[in-house]
Design a binder for this molecule. Structure first.
Ligand SMILES: Nc1ncnc2c1ncn2[C@@H]1O[C@H](COP(=O)(O)OP(=O)(O)OP(=O)(O)O)[C@@H](O)[C@H]1O
Ligand SMILES: O=P(O)(O)OC[C@H]1O[C@H](OP(=O)(O)OP(=O)(O)O)[C@H](O)[C@@H]1O
Ligand SMILES: [Mg+2]
Length: 279
């Protein structure tokens, strides 16, 4: 039975469970449950703090886990990225009071507060900068006002927490994080199947199915707008001189593509969601 770690709380928890449900797995009925067995799929889910997930997976006590790239790097546990799950996007960056130098060398000798001490130490080592890293559990934005640190390094998504406390980002992001499926190897057939299911959800989220009718002589222009993934399906309509076309289109592009199809003479242009997929 595959044993998989899923965040029990925090930003990644809801979207991770939702994605697993869409991939056909049973998830815990109550968010207080710590374990959920999916006997039909031969998988057992363990709900853990996202910060601990890479540790369990790195040690081999669990086969796979869902956690953030920043937390994976911070754990330095030997687990590695198998698949980017496309949610939980955030940057990890330095912040300080306005006017702090943007140049990384300006960090030398400073006190830097963070909950991600390993990420920050590795980054400073890469920059060749020596600074004092102070590890705090959370709410690190307060550390500057309270005189504990000169700079912080933390997760920034919308930036509203920084604005609230009057801090600004310093320099380029240290890293860009998102939720990942992590493991030690992706070789096992059971893992390959789970990865394929999750990839199926990613495709179903990114694409829609577009269907339309088009006069036969305009087919080349229409197909150029909707090349699909392999190639579009083209079928004759009962009405002479018209064809029906079906193709997958990026959700983000679909309204522009529909406008352009209309301009080349396509009609009855219909969009449907894809619930699941295997490409
Ligand atoms: N806006 C955000 N705030 C915090 N973490 C975020 C955000 N967006 C994405 N993440 C990611 O979520 C993970 C942090 O998980 P964590 O358990 O700390 O969640 P949390 O929302 O901060 O919950 P809590 O602080 O209550 O523990 C990191 O991988 C981080 O990059
Ligand atoms: O850029 P924003 O959209 O404001 O999001 C980033 C903030 O959210 C997280 O805090 P969280 O609520 O998780 O508290 P924590 O610092 O205790 O983890 C993170 O640590 C930042 O403080
Ligand atoms: Mg947090």
């Amino acid at each position: 039975m595959l044993r998989i770690a899923v965040p029990n709380k925090g930003t990644l928890s809801g979207p991770a469970a939702q994605m697993l449900r869409e991939a056909g797995y049973r998830q815990r009925p109550s968010d207080r449950d710590l374990v959920c067995v999916d006997a039909d799929n031969d998988v057992e889910f363990f709900y853990l703090r996202p910060r601990d997930i890479a540790t369990y997976v790195g040690s081999g006590d669990l086969d796979l886990g869902i956690t953030g790239r920043d937390l994976l790097i911070d754990a330095d546990s030997g687990a590695s990225e198998i698949l980017d799950l496309g949610f939980g996007g955030a940057t990890f960056r330095f912040a300080a009071v306005p006017g702090t130098p943007e140049d990384p060398q300006g960090l030398a000798g400073r006190r830097i507060a963070t909950s991600y001490a390993t990420v920050v130490r590795k980054h400073l080592a890469d920059l060749g900068v020596t600074a004092d890293v102070i590890r705090l559990d959370g709410a690190v934005e307060n550390a500057i006002r309270l005189g504990v640190a000169d700079v912080i390094a933390d997760v920034v998504e919308t930036g509203s927490t920084l604005r609230q406390v009057g801090l600004v980002t310093v320099g380029e992001p240290i890293l860009r994080s998102s939720a990942l499926l992590i493991g030690r190897s992706a070789e096992q057939p059971a893992i390959t199947q789970l990865v394929r299911r999750l990839q199926g959800v990613l495709v179903a989220r990114r694409y829609v199915m577009l269907a339309y009718d088009v006069p036969s002589e305009r087919l080349p222009e229409a197909v150029a707008l909707t090349p699909g993934i392999e190639s579009p399906t083209v079928a004759p309509l009962h009405r002479e001189g018209w064809l029906a076309v079906q193709a997958m289109v990026l959700r983000a592009d679909v309204h522009r593509v529909m406008d352009e199809l209309y301009d080349v003479g396509a009609r009855a242009i219909l969009v449907t969601d894809i619930a699941a997929s295997r490409l």
